[in-house]
Design a protein around this ligand. Structure first.
Ligand SMILES: O=P(O)(O)OC[C@H]1O[C@H](O)[C@H](O)[C@@H](O)[C@@H]1O
Ligand SMILES: [Fe+2]
Length: 193
């Protein structure tokens, strides 16, 4: 008789209010880890001196194979680099045609998306709103609130992987800046074809 090994359930905890988990260690990204991604390089270098925490997220430790569902919470803090709002690095999935769902728990922001063919889309994130990022679209969370963290729950296929290189070298086509006290999506002056 062939035996299929039992697998233990994965149990985690996270707060839908703060986005924080007591049992998992967050992955944190400070400004120094992404200073080159902001349009105002002078402002980025100044903030890098204090090495401000821009965002953190909890990866729940699911195996990275097909059939699994990777999930967690992500907290992007309020702040700006010059007039550009704090944001995540953003990435394509290594397995390009894999999707992701974001559900906004708290705060206010934008989910910026673009595919390799140059289609750009963005959606506002407000509590209770879910945004389904289709496969092939790079994605980045941007906090446009002056004082509240942007907290999301996310889930994607376990084998999707993260491709940071493309965005690190080219950037997103659009960035989000504050103009007259409100967020505005503008062309990224640093975008490299
Ligand atoms: O991976 P980054 O672009 O740095 O963003 C941080 C995290 O944000 C999201 O919540 C994603 O779903 C995670 O997969 C991601 O790793
Ligand atoms: Fe992703």
């Amino acid at each position: 008789m062939s035996a299929i090994a039992p697998r233990p359930a994965i149990v985690t905890d996270f707060s839908l209010v703060t986005g924080l988990s007591q049992s998992r260690t967050p992955l944190q990204r400070r400004i120094s880890a992404m200073a080159g991604m902001y349009a105002d390089q002078g402002a980025a270098q100044r903030l890098a001196q204090e090495d401000v925490l821009v965002y953190e997220f909890f990866d729940m430790g699911v195996p990275d194979s097909p059939g699994e569902v990777a999930y967690g919470t992500s907290i992007t803090y309020p702040g700006k680099v010059g007039d550009e709002y704090f944001m995540t690095k953003g990435h394509f999935h290594s397995v390009l045609d894999t999707a992701e769902i974001y559900y906004c728990l708290r705060g206010r922001g934008l989910l910026m998306m673009e595919n390799p063919e140059g289609d750009v889309q963005w959606e506002e994130l407000t509590p209770g709103k879910g945004v389904y990022v289709p496969g092939r679209y790079a994605h980045r969370s941007i906090n446009t609130s002056p004082d509240e963290p942007l907290i999301t729950f996310f889930a994607f296929p376990g084998h999707a992987g993260h491709d940071y290189g493309t965005i690190e070298s080219k950037g997103f086509r659009k960035i989000v800046v504050e103009r007259d006290g409100a967020p505005l999506v503008v062309d990224n002056p640093q975008w490299a074809q």
